[in-house]
Design a protein. Structure first.
Length: 203
């Protein structure tokens, strides 16, 4: 799972950051991105795409990665910005913020997905990067747990939507709550709420 990192080291890069996001699909809450720089040669057989882990496993790995990583950066784009610029641009903004928030300046980025980040750094985009790159998988875990914790805070502010359970995704319960209570300040008004939006949401 570290072949992309190994290739980058062979090309002469020395500080490699993996980048991923959580929260592109929900009807409410921010999109959160993480950038993670691991020690060269780092191994952890338990790390995988955050969507394939239980919440408990994610929490445990979050602590392990936080301890072991050389640097971690986070980026958060709020719903009002998502509505203004669209979810793709909001995601790339969060990724850029995560990279610029690193305490170590990376010279190579491994980015989950198709789109490059607007930074003057060498980078490689990887479809399903959270399945294929160790540092991207670590970033997916950091981003997912960080976003879930944000949504827990919002749950206490807006308990009628049960964000603790749905994390802002368009579950049937959540959509029915919107029907009863309307939208709150963290809902994405540019997202269509319909039966087609019903989704248990795992990213």
């Amino acid at each position: 799972m570290d072949s992309f990192e190994t290739e980058a080291y062979r090309r002469g890069f020395t500080v490699i950051a993996g980048i991923d996001e959580a929260g592109r699909g929900p009807l409410a809450g921010p999109v959160v991105a993480a950038a993670v720089v691991l020690p060269r040669g780092y191994k952890n057989g338990a790390v995988r795409d955050s969507k394939k882990l239980t919440p408990r496993s994610r929490d445990v790995l979050y602590e392990v990665i936080t301890r072991d990583a050389l640097s971690i950066g986070l980026g958060v784009t709020e719903p009002s910005v998502i509505d203004r610029v669209n979810i793709l641009q909001a995601t790339l903004m969060a990724m850029r913020e995560a990279v610029t928030g690193l305490s170590l300046q990376p010279d190579y980025l491994l980015v989950d997905g198709l789109h490059r980040i607007d930074l003057p750094l060498e980078q490689r985009t990887i479809i399903r990067g959270d399945d294929l790159s160790l540092s991207v998988a670590c970033a997916s875990i950091i981003a997912k747990v960080s976003r879930d914790r944000i949504m827990e805070i919002y749950h206490h502010q807006f308990p009628q939507y049960n964000f603790l359970r749905n994390r802002g995704y368009g579950t049937r319960e959540h959509v029915e709550a919107i029907g009863r209570h309307g939208l709150c300040k963290i809902h994405r008004r540019s997202f269509k709420i319909s039966k087609g939006a019903l989704d248990e949401g795992k990213d």
